[in-house]
Design a protein around this ligand. Structure first.
Ligand SMILES: [Fe+2]
Ligand SMILES: [Fe+2]
Length: 175
C-alpha cells in the first residue's frame, strides 16, 4: 500500500530523532508537534481508519472468523500507537520546560511507537495484503477502492501535499 511508504518515511525520521535523544540531544518541541500531527492525521485518521472500518471488516466477513485473531492484533497495534502518541503529547509541556523525566518518557514512548508500527507495517505488507489479493474478488476490490475514495474525498485537497511537507519539515528540524 502506497500510504505505507509515507508511514515508513515517518518512522525513519522518528528513528533519527530517537538516536539523537539516546545520545543526549533534545529535538526541538516543534519536531514533536509535527510528529503528533502526522501520526494523528495521516497514520490514524486517514490510513488506520480506512483499514479498520473498511478493509478489516470486509476481510473478517470473507474469512468467517478464521482471521479474527490477526485482525484483533492489527487493531490493537493501532490502538497502542494512539496511546503512545497521547503519552508523548502529555509529556511535551514538561519537555519544553527542560524536565528530564519528560525527556525519558518521550524517548520510551517514541521507541515503542517505532517498534510497534514497524512490525505492524511488515505484517500488513507481507501477510495481510497478500491475503486481500487472494481472497477479495475484483468486484469487491473495486467497491473497496471506491469506499476508500469516498473517505479520501472528505479530506482537504491539499491534505497529502501538506503531510509530505510535514515530513520534510521534520527532517529539517532535526539538523
Ligand atoms: Fe494498520
Ligand atoms: Fe496500514
Amino acid at each position: 500500500m502506497n500510504e505505507h511508504h509515507l508511514i515508513q518515511q515517518f518512522l525513519d525520521v522518528l528513528e533519527a530523532a530517537k538516536v539523537q535523544m539516546e545520545m543526549g540531544k533534545k529535538p526541538k518541541v516543534k519536531f514533536f508537534h509535527q510528529a503528533l500531527e502526522f501520526a494523528r492525521l495521516f497514520a490514524d485518521k486517514y490510513h488506520h481508519f480506512k483499514e479498520e472500518y473498511l478493509l478489516f471488516s470486509l476481510l473478517a466477513m470473507k474469512k468467517k472468523g478464521e482471521i479474527d485473531g490477526q485482525i484483533e492484533a492489527l487493531r490493537y497495534s493501532h490502538e497502542q500507537g494512539r496511546n503512545l502518541i497521547n503519552q508523548i503529547a502529555n509529556a511535551l509541556n514538561s519537555y519544553k520546560n527542560g524536565q528530564e523525566v519528560a525527556t525519558i518518557t518521550i524517548l520510551e514512548n517514541l521507541a515503542s511507537y517505532i517498534a510497534i508500527l514497524k512490525k505492524h507495517l511488515h505484517q500488513e505488507d507481507h501477510v495481510f495484503f497478500l491475503m486481500v489479493a487472494k481472497e477479495v474478488t475484483a468486484a469487491e476490490q473495486q467497491e473497496l477502492a471506491e469506499a476508500f475514495q469516498r473517505e479520501e474525498a472528505k479530506m482537504d485537497e491539499k491534505f497529502l501535499a501538506k503531510m509530505s511537507d510535514t515530513l520534510i519539515e521534520m527532517e529539517t528540524l532535526l539538523v
